[in-house]
Design a protein around this ligand. Structure first.
Ligand SMILES: Nc1ncnc2c1ncn2[C@@H]1O[C@H](COP(=O)(O)OP(=O)(O)OP(=O)(O)O)[C@@H](O)[C@H]1O
Length: 226
């Protein structure tokens, strides 16, 4: 159904934290419509790898390509534009606690260049529907459960129709039933064509929702046979 267009690739990339090599000679590709898990023990480099993909860590050796941007040729001024093409979801919800759901989302739209109130309202309604929270617009974050807050964060990540969603332990703070809801949201987003790369410790999810698996291990990234 989907093309095999690559939305993200690393080619002989080295991932550093400062001068410390965390992962060496990393090569893999994520295509449009792919779903891939990133697993590995604590400290194995999952977060460092994801940070490199959204240019929070600079790629020093090798080549990287994310949503049309070459990481190895990236200029600091390109970073906000790269991040608009990627949706990023962390474990901690990071919503503004003193603003409604709608205001949280509008903040991002304005910051990324949206101007027209109608367009913004429509987009906010669309992404909230996408995550099953169509009626939560006027709620404050504290009026929502942890799982609902995380769904708002996923909605926020979808505002600019990213080509790829990068999630770092998105279910880390959530109980199993709620983690399942978040996974279902990711699957729906993925089925609609957005690639997903998700770091997780939650092996139950891997069993329940099988997909590609990349593992950080001994300073390398290996793809497990499907
Ligand atoms: N800001 C930093 N400065 C220096 N070293 C760091 C920094 N952040 C992480 N590291 C080191 O990089 C290595 C990889 O850490 P990273 O957070 O990428 O692993 P992880 O697989 O995501 O772990 P976890 O599953 O615990 O989140 C670890 O040895 C860690 O100590």
């Amino acid at each position: 159904m989907f093309s095999t267009e690559s939305v993200l690739s690393l080619d002989h990339a080295d991932i550093y934290q400062g001068t410390k090599l965390i992962l060496g000679d990393v090569s893999f590709q994520i295509h449009k419509g792919d779903f891939a898990y990133l697993i590995g023990r604590t400290g194995s480099g999952k977060t460092s790898l994801l940070k490199t993909l959204y240019a929070d860590l600079w790629l020093q050796n090798g080549k990287g390509f994310v949503a049309g941007y070459s990481l190895d040729k990236l200029k600091p001024r390109d970073v906000p534009f790269l991040r608009r093409k990627i949706g990023i979801v962390f474990q901690d919800f990071q919503l503004f606690p003193d603003r409604t759901v709608e205001e949280n989302l509008r903040f991002v739209l304005k910051a990324t260049g949206w101007k027209k109130t109608n367009d913004m309202n429509n987009r906010i309604a669309d992404v909230l529907m996408q995550v099953g929270l169509g009626t939560a617009q006027k709620k404050m974050p504290h009026q929502l459960s942890g799982g609902e807050q995380q769904r708002v964060v996923v909605a926020r990540a979808m505002l600019n129709e990213p080509l790829v969603l990068i999630a770092d332990e998105p279910t880390g703070n959530l109980d199993p039933a709620v983690s399942d809801q978040i996974m279902k949201v990711f699957q729906a987003i993925n089925n609609a064509g957005t690639a997903v790369l998700m770091a997780t410790h939650n092996y139950d999810l891997l069993n329940k929702y099988p997909a590609r698996v990349l593992r950080c291990q001994d300073g390398q990234v290996v793809e497990l046979a499907g």
